[in-house]
Design a protein around this ligand. Sequence first.
Ligand SMILES: Cc1cc2nc3c(=O)[nH]c(=O)nc-3n(C[C@H](O)[C@H](O)[C@H](O)COP(=O)(O)OP(=O)(O)OC[C@H]3O[C@@H](n4cnc5c(N)ncnc54)[C@H](O)[C@@H]3O)c2cc1C
Length: 435
Amino acid sequence: MQTYDAAIIGGGISGLIAAIDLARANKSVIVLEKSNRLGGRGMTINKDGACFNLGGHALYRAGEAYSILQELGVKLEGGTPPADGYAIWQNRLWPLPGNPARLLSSRLLSWPGKVELGRFMLGLGKIDAAAMANISLRDWAERQIRDPMVRHIFYALCRTATYNKALDDQPVGPVIRQVQRSLKSGVLYVNGGWQTIVDQLRELAVRAGATIRSGKNVTEIMHNGAVSGLRFSDGETIQVNRVISTLSPAETYRLVGDADPTSLRRWKDGARPVMAACLDLCLKRLPVADRHFAIGLDQPVFFTNHSRVAKLSDRDTLVMHLIKYNCSGDSDPKTDERLLEQTMNLLHPDWQKEVVAKQFLPNMTVVHDYMHLGQSELMPGPAVPEIRGLYIAGDWASHGEMLADAAAASARRAAGRIINEISSEYAAASAAYRA
Ligand SMILES: Cc1cc2nc3c(=O)[nH]c(=O)nc-3n(C[C@H](O)[C@H](O)[C@H](O)COP(=O)(O)OP(=O)(O)OC[C@H]3O[C@@H](n4cnc5c(N)ncnc54)[C@H](O)[C@@H]3O)c2cc1C
């Protein structure tokens, strides 16, 4: 039977990045993906010539994922959208006060509000996010921002940058850091969708020597305090002493027998997923040509036309995304779909006549857990301390990063830990042999 230094459960972005790092360090590695295609939440679906990511996906240019992907050799092509657009407030559209001229002429804000927003935005980039007090986003904003409309605008910016609408349990520091990143360097809408990233990662992993098997559903991580192998739904097993799980804390917990006394139980019970309802559209044209971007101020919604800067269709059509930000269990799919369609009615009357393709994804898990106040352990992973040889990666295994940045950075941490441990074991064995 073929043996491996490490096995990775999950062929999404985390799993593929970890595989490349391990294979390039000359470790034998196998990736096991239950689906018939790779990519997980990073996959892109082609519908009538339109490339639909699973909900709008933007890569933060100043984030860990962007730099790790570039360093691995992934070509990132696409465009960065300008930040001009509209605010939605009381079912009306208002130009976003995103530049000095628009700020001065804005009818959303009072004169003191304009002054406060101008000052606030100028100072935002200079805040030392790492040194901020461990208080909630709302507590901080209520202390720092007097004008309620300026607060609404700030909260909408935070939602857009983090995908998270929680105000009362998110620590303010990481949110400010994420907003700073998005304002500083912007985001990349990727030509062809995130599948192009997944396909390149796969190619790089295989070229580096990794084995990739899709259609392999892992049903058990076998262990007796130390990992001994994996079992699959088809009855097959493999022996392996190091495993990286890129699944959610709940799924990883389920695969490990007797996991209650381990950190996995705590991570699973404490997890607060970020959810979203997504309406992805391909239209023949935009009914109102200059409306590419809008953020809700009194509704947690967002609209963005990715085709403004990225090539996402092989025809002359446009791909755009609407998102409603949710927390776990606080939404109803029908109500969400109606809200997103109404948002589209407001922005682009008669849009239904232009539809070429459409997908509605009501309950997407954007991240499996986000950093929250009162979390007993802020930084899960890379190792599961109680089970030797078990490691975790994914957007919930964050050490301060968010979204795909956490997925990429945690993959790197898990692979790095395995590489170091194998080197230490090898050095110890060599020393023992010499002695
Ligand atoms: C709507 C939406 C919008 C988003 N927007 C952004 C954005 O704008 N910017 C950003 O940075 N991030 C964004 N994200 C987050 C980003 O997509 C994820 O962080 C990233 O794709 C996670 O990758 P992963 O490999 O950690 O997990 P996943 O992609 O979930 O991969 C896990 C893989 O494991 C496989 N698997 C599950 N169970 C088993 C099993 N038992 N055996 C074998 N395989 C198994 C799954 O099929 C899957 O392929 C968004 C996510 C969503 C849902």
